[in-house]
Design a protein around this ligand. Sequence first.
Ligand code: MSP
Length: 518
Amino acid sequence: MSDWFSVTTPIYYPNAEPHIGHTYTTVVADTLTRYHRLAGEKTFFLTGTDQHGEKITEVAAAAGESPSAFAARISALFEQTWRDLGLGFDRFIRTTDPDHVRAVQHVLGVVHEAGDVEFREYEGLYCVGCERFLTERDMVDGLCRDHERAPEPRSESNYFFTMSKYFDWLADHIRDHADFIRPERYRNEVLAMLREGSGLEDLCISRPKSRLDWGIELPFDRDYVCYVWFDALINYLTGLGYPDDPDWEKRWGGVEHLIGKDILKPHGVFWPCMLRAAGIAPYRHLSVHGYWNVDERKVSKSLGNMISPGAMREKYGFEAFRYFLLRDMSYGLDAGFTEELLVTRVNADLANNLGNLASRTLNMTARYCDGRVPEPGETGDLEREVADATARAADEVDAAVRALEAHRALESIFRAVDAANRYLDARAPWKAAKDPEREAEVRTTLYTVCQSLRGIALLLAPFLPEAAATLLERLGIPDALATARLPEDAKRWDALAAGTATTKGAALFPRIESPAAE
Ligand code: MSP
């Protein structure tokens, strides 16, 4: 098994500004990268934009710009947005990058040489929104199911990738590797697509330049450009260094593709067949998430109900938004977004629960222990329970992250927060402090919650990097993340030395007072 964890997001179409759907996948990728890095693995996080295809030529024309100028402008906006939000990708790829053009032409050459490309006449119904020919199943009342627009009838001579010859192999591979495509419902969906009679055929991989010249030229016929999906999928190879970087295969061995459910077919069927034809091992995991819905509809530019990450940051702070995204969607299922839900969630978990634990602990440490982690007195069952709750959370977080269940990981962390809050209430050091005879008990109590907060902050770091860093700083261990190993380090009790200077600071997450939708 590879010791790399390489995570990819879809490369986004630069036809409109980033919205909640793009932000979600990029946040999940960032969180996973941070976790796996803290777990001691080598990581690579790839994202970028999908520049070619008709969709871009259409919007560029409407804006009075060339496709290349338009795509470059919006791509820069995506890249800058992720940077501003602190989403730490290792590469932002654009499919116009010269190394990508070379990689696509290389794969086309290999697949062509292998005898898997044929020239044929084709007729079908094309949806520019999906950038592919539709089958009956993709339509409702003659309209594309996803884009709610009528596909265009098209007929032309094109090159075909004879991928149907790999369907049996692919079905076997999926059956033999339970977590190749997850969650299971999507694995079953792909198996259903591969079943005979489902209408899935060979893949048209060219567009005549006479109709569309915005794309990568076929190395074996200069009158054609490559079909945008065939081009786009290869970004996952280019981005990891294929074919020249000596590390590309190691990175590829640990690859985790994150996608939304609308692009299951290209990733679940086209892509493994392409890899097989090119003589490259299949990816390790394809993990498919659902939609964020606003008013029960998918968010998208064409439906005009976008939620912009920049606006959310302005209004609530990005970590609050990030927390909501990770906490309120079960990976694989749809979730509903409203600002009311966000405010309720953030106030309950971050402001009241975690924020309260941090501020009570740090304030009382300042007041009763001169702002230093105290020496503990005698400890007993109550202290052990807090330590156990933190250790349990560490193990649960590890399992949940590896199963792509960020919401469960956060639930576990907040069970540890609850345990520490309950403990603090039970010990009530603010009362005990009034009695000089109970001075040792106060020290034990604050020592215990400081240890717990340390573990909690380490576990939260991949999910809420800024808040976790602030908390560790206030606990007097600003460099803890540089050497920490998860999950073990979060379980290490007594790792926060007595005598360490702590600081109080302002509220980690101020309560959001204003009603959501102003
Ligand atoms: N360019 C292709 C992907 C090529 S990958 C080799 C593409 N781009 S996209 O910009 O249209 O969509 C990118 C991703 O955003 C998809 O995974 C899609 O599922 C996701 N989302 C778009 N709207 C969404 C929601 N409302 N909710 C969650 N994700 C959704 O497809």
